[in-house]
Design a protein around this ligand. Structure first.
Ligand code: ARG
Length: 285
């Protein structure tokens, strides 16, 4: 073939988006029947300010129905009176390959949630359960990317828990240090999009941890401050559908360009406790 017939490579903008495939997941959620903001353990929580409990419940039901309509199986754990943050199921445990690492909370207000969640797991017949020695707030600080665990520390989960998790799951754990109190859990600053992709808010991490993320995920979506503040990184992805707060508009556009299907939801009342989509969602792997 003469050289002049060589087809030039397509301009960047014509590159077809990666074909994304959603895989059905099993999720655990907790209905916010007793939700309220009665104490403050993160900068978003202002106990004196109005919070509409029935709206919180309605918004949560929308998320629950959305997951079901996307083909996911959703289990629910019975909410306990006196545990207003129990709605944030992500914090209840970490489950990988059927193994359950229980959660041990930093603040007294949430301590009773650890055993409450663990009780659910044992009642379901999961037998490989570890009651942890060190403080860890479940999937709030443990995020699974393929066969790798990203682990947050700095505000809640004890650094020593990272070694405990690595030993228990037998998977490599990478420690990441959070430095901005607004993003006190890893899942408020970083979301897993697929087995190899993440999105995150760089300013939430220490310089060294940010460098680690750049090394591991050079092509990651790096979120703007306004999307992070809208809790846009507190997202759930099934590999194609990415459920996130609807106000994270730039992130939604970026995800669409990458071939994902971003779905915006309104969880304004739960945000008053410093939580959103991912916080309400624990994945049972
Ligand atoms: N009020 C709760 C706390 O401060 C919110 C937890 C949000 N959950 C999460 N996975 N980020 O502990």
């Amino acid at each position: 073939m003469p050289l002049t017939d060589v087809i030039p490579s397509a301009p960047h903008e014509f590159r077809p988006a990666t074909r994304r495939v959603a895989t059905p997941r099993r999720l655990l959620m907790c209905r916010p029947s007793h939700f309220d903001v009665t104490y403050s353990i993160n900068p978003w929580m202002r106990p004196g300010e109005p919070c509409d409990s029935s709206l919180a419940l309605a918004q949560w039901e929308c998320l629950y129905e959305l997951y079901r309509s996307l083909g996911h199986t959703v289990d629910v754990v019975e909410p306990s009176p006196g545990l207003p943050d129990m709605v944030f199921a992500a914090n209840g445990a970490t489950m990988i390959d059927g193994k359950v690492l229980g959660a041990r909370f930093r603040y007294a207000e949430r301590t009773a949630e650890g055993p409450a969640y663990l009780k659910w797991f044992t009642q379901q017949g999961f037998s490989e359960v570890l009651w942890p020695e060190f403080i860890n707030e479940g999937e709030g600080d443990y995020l699974v990317v393929g066969r790798h665990i990203l682990a947050g520390t700095g505000y809640r989960t004890d650094l020593r828990s990272h070694a405990e998790a690595q030993e228990f799951f037998g998977l490599p754990v990478t420690s990441l240090t959070l430095v901005n109190p607004d993003y006190y859990h890893l899942d408020t600053a970083l979301a897993v999009l697929s087995d190899t992709e993440i999105m995150y808010y760089p300013a939430a991490f220490s310089p060294g941890s940010e460098a680690v993320l750049r090394t591991l995920f050079p092509d990651a979506v790096r979120a703007r401050p306004e999307d992070a503040a809208a809790f846009g990184l507190n997202a759930f992805s099934d590999g194609y559908n990415v459920v996130l707060p609807q106000t994270a508009t730039h992130l939604m556009a970026r995800l669409k360009n990458l071939g994902f299907n971003p779905i915006g939801v309104d969880l304004s009342e739960l945000l008053k406790a410093g939580g959103s989509v991912k916080c309400c969602t624990l994945e049972l792997r």
